[in-house]
Every structure is written in structure tokens, then in C-alpha cells.
Design a protein around this ligand. Structure first.
Ligand SMILES: [Zn+2]
Length: 257
């Protein structure tokens, strides 16, 4: 074989290896995950829960599925779970349920989720928003083509994932300045000209007490989870959040004004 042919093959192998999205090895090692769904049916929470339950069980998690927030008031369940995944858009939460949820996370239970199921739940509960680190306020233009930029490529949740484009809701959120932003999107002037060039977090991680919190703003409809980087970021974020009882907490203060 000529040297040029060998070099070409090496180059092609390199391009393929770098270009392909490498799914991260995930093993929950029998950790207990509470999967809670409900709320506004437009976000098809039951379909999300089925997809997530299958994936969790395939990756060695012990899953408890609940169809409403009443389980948050069950102190026994909340003390033994490692992670909560929630998909409840809007809806309401009772005081004792919110207290149970917030206390569990403060004590080291992780919480993770996406889109309105975590970032637009219980609009009248500011303590909940304080925990998540952001609240949906609009998606100008509805379903629109836009892109997502990875801002912390060294973080394991987004490592090896390239910037990507998709057509779905581009969430405009009110965001806690002390979240660790992993990916962003930039708004155009097409639908609301006063937000032109606004750079908005799409994925972040934070802590609330001892508990890890992971949020991804993508996830309007079931087919969005077939977009490889969307599912990869969500599942890696979920895995990260599942470990707050077992790993040291990470410290950050962002941004420095
Ligand atoms: Zn939506």
C-alpha cells in the first residue's frame, strides 16, 4: 500500500472517530430513582415517563414510578431514593409535598429533568424555582429552527458533543446567575426584536443544599429525544445528578459580576 493511501485511511479514521457521538457508559448500580410525571398533557408526560423508565431499567436503576406529586410527602420513599426525575408542566403542588421534595434535595437527593417538566412546574412556588435555578417565561415563534452551542466542552455531561441545530421550542427563561451553564442558544430578532443576540442557557447544573440539580430546556415532544445530542446531554445530566449522595459536591460561583 502506498504511503498516501495509508495516510488517507488514518485521516478518515480520525475524522470518523472525532465526528461520531460517543454514548457515555452509564450504570446506575441499582440506585433508586423516583420518576414522577403529570401536569399539562401537551408535553405528553406519560410517553416521556415510559421512554425514561425503559432507559433507566436498561441501565441498572431501580425505578419507582408515580403519577402525581403526593409521593413527595412520603418521608420513607424520599429518604431512600437517590434521584428524582420529574416531568410535570405547570400544575400545582401542595405545601407538604413541596416541603418533602425540597427537604429531600437539600439532604442529598439529586433532581433532573427537562423542558416544562422541570423548568415550568408549579408556577406559584418560588421555593421550587429557587431549587431548579430557572423558570420558563416564553418561547418566541413556537417551533423554530435554532442552534445550541456547547460552552463547557471539558465537562463530562457535554464532553465530545458538538454544537447542533434543531427545530423545536427555543426556551426563553429567567435563570439563576449561580448555575453552571453547559450549553447556550442565541436568540434572533425574528419574533421579538428586543431580544436579538440574547444568549440563553439551554443546559445547566447546580446544587441545592447537598443535592445535585440538572436541567435541559429542550424536550417539547417525544421525537426531540431521538436527536442524539439531546438524549445524550439529558441522560448524562441525569446520571451526574444521581450521584450527589456518593460524590463530593462541586463548587462554583457564576458569573462574577
Ligand atoms: Zn413545550
Amino acid at each position: 500500500m502506498k504511503t498516501t493511501q495509508v495516510l488517507c485511511k488514518i485521516l478518515l479514521l480520525f475524522v470518523f472517530t472525532v465526528g461520531a457521538l460517543q454514548a457515555q457508559e452509564i450504570d446506575f448500580e441499582q440506585k433508586k430513582v423516583l420518576l414522577v410525571y403529570g401536569g399539562w398533557p401537551g408535553h405528553t408526560p406519560e410517553i416521556f415517563a415510559k421512554r425514561m423508565n425503559s432507559w433507566l431499567e436498561a441501565h441498572n436503576a431501580k425505578v419507582i414510578v408515580a403519577e402525581d406529586t403526593s409521593i413527595y410527602a412520603d418521608e420513607t420513599v424520599m429518604a431512600e431514593v437517590d434521584l428524582i426525575i420529574q416531568s410535570i408542566t405547570m400544575s400545582n403542588i401542595k405545601m407538604n409535598e413541596a416541603k418533602g421534595l425540597l427537604n429531600a434535595v437539600k439532604n442529598g437527593v439529586g433532581i433532573a429533568g427537562c423542558h416544562g417538566g422541570l423548568g415550568d412546574s408549579f408556577r406559584n412556588n418560588t421555593e421550587y424555582q429557587y431549587m431548579i435555578g430557572g423558570q420558563f417565561v416564553n418561547h418566541p415563534g413556537g417551533q423554530i429552527a435554532h442552534s445550541v452551542q456547547i460552552t463547557q466542552p471539558d465537562d463530562p455531561i457535554v464532553n465530545g458533543i458538538a454544537d447542533f441545530s434543531l427545530t423545536t421550542e427555543q426556551y426563553y427563561m429567567h435563570v439563576d446567575p449561580n448555575v453552571n451553564v453547559l450549553a447556550t442558544t442565541t436568540f434572533s430578532k425574528e419574533h421579538d426584536d428586543w431580544i436579538e443576540n440574547a444568549v440563553m442557557p439551554v443546559a445547566w447544573k447546580k446544587t441545592h443544599g447537598k443535592g445535585r440539580v440538572f436541567y435541559l430546556s429542550l424536550g417539547h415532544s417525544d421525537e426531540i429525544f431521538d436527536v442524539a445530542p439531546v438524549w445524550e446531554i439529558l441522560t448524562r445530566g441525569i446520571f451526574w445528578a444521581s450521584k450527589s449522595k456518593y460524590e463530593a459536591s462541586e463548587a462554583w460561583m457564576h458569573p462574577v459580576y
